[in-house]
Each structure stands twice: as structure tokens, then as C-alpha cells.
Design a binder for this molecule. Structure first.
Ligand code: SF4
Ligand code: SF4
Ligand code: SF4
Ligand code: SF4
Length: 162
């Protein structure tokens, strides 16, 4: 069996932000959406919610630019892209390099953090009441659609940033 991936179906998202809460609780021990690694963005002009998570990209710019190799891929663990906080110097180059609005600088810990699939038990997918986020086998997921959605989102973000 292939590795698993996090898939977002924006059409199902109700904007409840439960995913933000559970992500922050899992990683920080406190309910604090500002420290969540998934961000639910409301697209005012079209009235939709976008749950934005890391895509664990096959070509990951965050990994390519990291000067200390803190940001790296773990092929044996669902091919996930993670940050080793012990190696992170907080330079934020990975944040600038990512086209998808990830990772995030944690002002309390003074390091950069990102989605790590909750070490194989994604809390956002478990607790999303409408399954707008799911953790599925990559072979079963429609990767073409995922790629298309990711590019569309990158274009929207580019437009929004001007
Ligand atoms: S928990 Fe699910 S429905 Fe609620 S905001 Fe997150 S992705 Fe959307
Ligand atoms: S942080 Fe950005 S570039 Fe890196 S794997 Fe995630 S989405 Fe891709
Ligand atoms: S902030 Fe940390 S993980 Fe990101 S590029 Fe710098 S050292 Fe690497
Ligand atoms: S998989 Fe875990 S770390 Fe990634 S966004 Fe979901 S809850 Fe946060």
C-alpha cells in the first residue's frame, strides 16, 4: 500500500474552525488557533471557507531553501515534510519560499513550525465533522484534482497578495 496524504474538500467546509482548535491543542497543549498549523480562510468575495494545510509537496521549496536541513522529508513516514525544531534557526526562509501560505513562525518557541500529519494521526481529519479534511491513501486520492486545486489556490493567494 502507498503512503497516505491529507486531502481537503473545500466544498464541504462549514467554517467551524474545529480543525484549528484541535491542531493547536495537539501541538501546544492549549486551544489557540493562532498557533494552529491549519488555517481556515474566509474568502469574502465568494463567501466560501478554505481550510489551508501543507501539501507536503513532491517538489518542496521549503526543504530546498532550508539552510540547516531542519526542514526535511521523511520518506518512510508517508513522505511527509517536517521541521526539526532543534535544527531550526528561525530564519523564516521556508515561509517565504512556500507558495501555499505555510509554514508558520511560532513566536512563543521562536522557531518555525508546520503540519507534520500529527505523527500519523491527523487531528484535523479526525475531528472535522463533515470530513472536509481526510487522510487517505495516495493511490486512492485523485491526485490530479488535488494538484489542480493547489495551483488554483496558489493563484488566488498570489492575486490576494497583489
Ligand atoms: S473542521 Fe472541517 S468544516 Fe470545520 S473549518 Fe475545519 S475543515 Fe472546515
Ligand atoms: S510548507 Fe509549502 S512548500 Fe513546503 S511542503 Fe508544505 S506546502 Fe509545500
Ligand atoms: S525557519 Fe527553520 S525550517 Fe525554515 S528555513 Fe529557516 S532554519 Fe529551515
Ligand atoms: S495534520 Fe495535524 S499538524 Fe497537520 S494541519 Fe492537521 S492537525 Fe495540524
Amino acid at each position: 500500500m502507498g503512503h497516505k496524504v491529507l486531502v481537503v474538500d473545500q466544498r464541504k467546509c462549514t467554517g467551524c474552525r474545529q480543525c484549528e482548535l484541535v491542531c493547536s491543542v495537539y501541538h501546544t497543549g492549549a486551544s489557540n488557533p493562532s498557533r494552529s498549523r491549519v488555517k481556515v480562510v474566509k474568502w469574502e468575495s465568494v463567501g466560501i471557507y478554505l481550510p489551508m494545510t501543507c501539501n507536503h509537496c513532491e517538489v518542496a521549496y521549503c526543504v530546498e531553501v532550508c539552510p540547516t536541513k531542519a526542514c526535511h522529508r521523511e520518506p518512510e513516514k508517508d513522505n511527509r515534510v517536517v521541521i526539526n525544531k532543534n535544527l531550526c534557526i528561525g530564519c523564516r526562509t521556508c515561509i517565504v519560499a512556500c507558495p501555499f501560505g505555510q509554514p508558520f513562525f511560532d513566536h512563543q518557541e521562536r522557531v518555525t513550525v508546520k503540519c507534520d500529519y500529527c505523527d500519523g494521526d491527523p487531528q484535523c481529519a479526525t475531528f472535522c465533522h463533515v470530513k472536509a479534511i481526510s487522510y487517505v491513501d495516495a493511490d486512492q486520492a485523485n491526485m490530479a484534482k488535488k494538484k489542480e486545486a493547489a495551483h488554483k489556490l496558489a493563484d488566488l493567494l498570489k492575486q490576494a497578495r497583489g
